[in-house]
Design a binder for this molecule. Structure first.
Ligand SMILES: [Zn+2]
Length: 143
């Protein structure tokens, strides 16, 4: 069930036109154009609509399709439903929290689950995991 509910007018105000087209109108970005495609940093991919944590960078793999691909979603962060648009049988992937369209999931992913979540970069934000700073143990500078 979607927990974040906004009217389409509200979404239009909070999302970029490109993100709105993907998340709310089930659009698809052009292959090999997404900003997260070549991202090799570790961190968490979040929903561009509501900020919910969706995919860990550890589940990202290079599928060669031109879209960021993940083998697994985080917990119950995404929901799926059958999609027969464009005369194709696909499974749509939506954000559980806000109901935004993220992409599609296919059954040709890596073992063991065999899933390939094919997700639009425009539907995702990214929170980089910062490595803990290894500083010299020194005197704490108090006030
Ligand atoms: Zn969301």
């Amino acid at each position: 069930m979607a927990q974040v509910r906004k009217t389409e007018e509200e979404w239009k105000k909070t999302l970029s036109p490109e993100a709105y087209r993907i998340l709310r109108e089930k659009g698809t970005e052009q292959a090999f154009t997404g900003r997260h495609l070549e991202n090799k940093k570790s961190g968490m991919y979040t929903c561009a609509g509501c900020g919910s944590a969706l995919f860990s960078s550890g589940r990202k793999f290079n599928s060669g399709t031109g879209w960021p691909s993940f083998s697994q979603a985080t917990g119950d962060s995404v929901t799926t439903k059958p999609d027969t648009d464009h005369l194709m049988r696909r499974t749509e992937v939506l954000c559980s929290k806000c109901g935004g369209h993220l992409g599609h999931v296919f059954d040709d992913g890596p073992a063991p689950a065999g899933k390939r979540y094919c997700i639009n970069s425009l539907a995702l934000g990214f929170q980089e995991k910062k490595e803990p700073i290894k500083g010299k143990p020194g005197k704490s500078s108090g006030p």
